[in-house]
Design a protein around this ligand. Structure first.
Ligand code: NAD
Length: 296
């Protein structure tokens, strides 16, 4: 059944996600701080909302795809925001990658207004957003997950219910903390191999079938040669930018501090990516950390 979907945050990710909802036959009412972003949605069959308040009042379902927790708090809980203007029962889906505490604060406030809500961050990048093949990691009540699933199915391919409020964000940052740490580990091994006179292809052939095997090695090998599809073969054009990895590692550290979890390797990974980004690596693929470790 076609519904009115309000979509807030029509950037690199949100723009194509909103277009996929419109192409599936929904009325999509979009809002962004950037007029160009709204115009791009309108050109593909969407409609422009004047502000968040109008969008919230008209929508049956609201999806948001915003940069960080402070934007999400403001758009949902701020003056003229979603919670003040949407009807009770409006389904809320926040797909931004944000801190767990903000996700849980917004979720609690929405529950107080009888609005079902899920945190549903994604992986899959801009290409996955355009193709409708994103992976959604979803936190929220069972009933909210079931209500959200038909919309997530349009924008994504793999939809996983991770648990209660905030667990979608938790899944995203835990996964990316593994990824950041493992990429540094694989990169260090290639740098050491170079110094020891071990050919990169030989290390790849051995470790990819031995106990060192992991995604950072076999899907995103950080040195050029062994894996032709990895960003290392195209001057480290992303892919997944180091600046985005740093954002997720910082979110993991915030969550570790507020929950009291020990994550010494996660802390070290955040610190190394921070140094790399400060030295100009921010927009390179995150596998370019190998250049930082090697010193060139
Ligand atoms: P983006 O900067 O391209 O888009 C964000 C949009 O939000 C912008 O168009 C901006 O104008 C708009 N915006 C900001 N504040 C607003 C407000 N108060 N009201 C309305 N609009 C507002 O960012 P993106 O790459 O689309 O990323 C969005 C989210 O998705 C982030 O949380 C990011 O971490 C996450 N993410 C991105 C990728 C990726 O590959 N780009 C992958 C996975 C997850």
């Amino acid at each position: 059944m076609a519904t009115t979907v309000g979509f807030i945050g029509l950037g690199n990710m949100g723009g194509p996600m909103a277009i996929n909802l419109a192409k599936a036959g929904h009325r999509v009412l979009g809002f962004d701080m950037s007029k160009a972003a709204i115009d791009a949605l309108v050109a593909e069959g969407g409609e422009a909302a004047a502000d968040v308040a109008q969008l919230a009042a008209e929508a049956d379902v609201i999806v948001s795809m915003l940069p960080a927790g402070k934007h999400v708090r403001q758009v949902y809980m701020g003056e003229g925001g979603i919670l003040d203007n949407a009807k009770a029962g409006t389904l809320l889906i926040d797909s931004s990658t944000i801190d767990v505490d903000s996700a849980r604060a917004v979720s609690a406030a929405a529950a107080g207004k009888s609005m079902p809500i899920v945190d549903a961050p994604v992986s899959g990048g801009v290409a996955g957003a355009a193709a409708g093949t994103l992976t959604f990691m979803v936190g929220g009540e069972d009933s909210a997950f079931e209500a959200a699933k038909p919309y997530l199915d349009i924008m994504g391919k793999t939809i996983v219910h991770a648990g209660g409020a905030g667990t979608g964000q938790a899944a995203k940052i835990c996964n990316n903390m593994i990824l950041g740490i493992s990429m540094i580990g694989v990169s260090e091994a290639f740098v050491l191999a170079e110094r020891l006179g071990l050919d990169a292809q030989k290390l790849f052939d051995i470790s990819s079938t031995a106990s060192g095997q992991c995604w950072s090695l076999t899907s995103y090998c950080p040195v050029p040669g062994p894996l032709p599809t990895s960003p290392a073969n195209r001057d480290y054009q992303p892919g997944f930018a180091a600046g985005m990895m740093l954002k997720d590692l910082k979110l993991a550290q915030e969550a570790a501090h507020s929950s009291g979890a020990a994550t010494p390797m996660g802390a070290e990974a955040a610190s190394l990516y921070s140094l790399f980004c400060n030295q100009g690596g921010e927009s390179l693929d995150f596998s370019a950390i190998v250049k930082f470790l090697r010193g060139s």
